[in-house]
Design a protein around this ligand. Structure first.
Ligand SMILES: NC(=O)c1ccc[n+]([C@@H]2O[C@H](COP(=O)([O-])OP(=O)(O)OC[C@H]3O[C@@H](n4cnc5c(N)ncnc54)[C@H](O)[C@@H]3O)[C@@H](O)[C@H]2O)c1
Length: 210
């Protein structure tokens, strides 16, 4: 069976999770990682993971077929486009990017290059969501006219880049995209007609929380 070589851009918390998952799958091999933070590259090497010297070096590695992107949200778009243009298939972390227009540009490059481009919407496999999807799909409740979904926590948004608007911070782009994705895929036969939202914040000044 052919092994697919994958590389990760952004070796932070989630990039580490990507690395662990890639390394435990027989079909995949982790070629290495790239991060703008030298400390993260050192950490990768201490864990036996190859650290590329630059993004360009990673993208020039002809053995790498798949790139996963786990950086701050504001750079998913340029990195995904650069990787696809370098001939790589791409899985981006959520939120795929900051605006719908950005996503249109990314999809256009995927079509132009013929590369696979998708998003890690992992909460489509959560047990609570799958239970409700089963209930809706099997029409257990009759016609569903209202869905309530929430995430609760006690510490607010983490105090890192997630507090900064410029990096794509805030709860809407963090957890919100999971909840919206779940709501949309729960009623995927229905056409979305309008959206209304009231957003506010308590623990930070720059970014809204739902
Ligand atoms: N699917 C999920 O359940 C889930 C969970 C957590 C995080 N995420 C997503 O993963 C991404 C990363 O989140 P995190 O929690 O790992 O953040 P993090 O801060 O722990 O890691 C981000 C890393 O990206 C690096 N980075 C930033 N810009 C870069 C660039 N241009 N090139 C290379 N590296 C760069 C940073 O140095 C940092 O090490 C975010 O998009 C977040 O939304 C998804």
């Amino acid at each position: 069976m052919k092994t697919i070589k994958a590389a990760i851009i952004g070796y932070g918390g989630m990039g580490g999770w990507h690395a662990d998952r890639i390394r435990e799958m027989d079909k995949f091999e982790l070629a290495g990682v790239w991060d703008i933070d030298p400390a993260r590259l050192e950490l990768a090497e201490s864990r036996g993971i190859h650290a590329y010297g630059s993004l360009e070096e990673l993208l020039a590695d002809e053995e790498v077929e798949l790139v996963t992107i786990a950086t701050w949200n504001d750079v998913h778009k340029p990195l995904a486009i650069q990787a696809m243009r370098a001939g790589k298939n791409v899985i981006s972390e959520k939120p795929v990017t900051m605006t719908s227009e950005d996503l249109d540009d990314m999809i256009a490059v995927a079509k132009e290059t013929g590369k696979l481009f998708t998003v890690h919407q992992n909460r489509r496999w959560d047990d609570d969501y799958l239970t409700m999807k089963n209930v809706v799909d099997k029409n257990v409740l009759g016609k569903v006219f209202r869905i309530e979904s929430r995430v609760q926590g006690s510490r607010g948004i983490p105090g890192d880049w997630r507090k900064e608007k410029g990096h794509g911070g805030g709860m809407v782009l963090d957890w919100g995209v999971h909840l919206l994705d779940q709501a949309l895929t729960l009623c995927d036969d229905d056409k979305l007609e309008s959206v209304w939202a009231h957003v506010t914040h308590i623990t930070n000044d720059e970014c809204a929380a739902i």
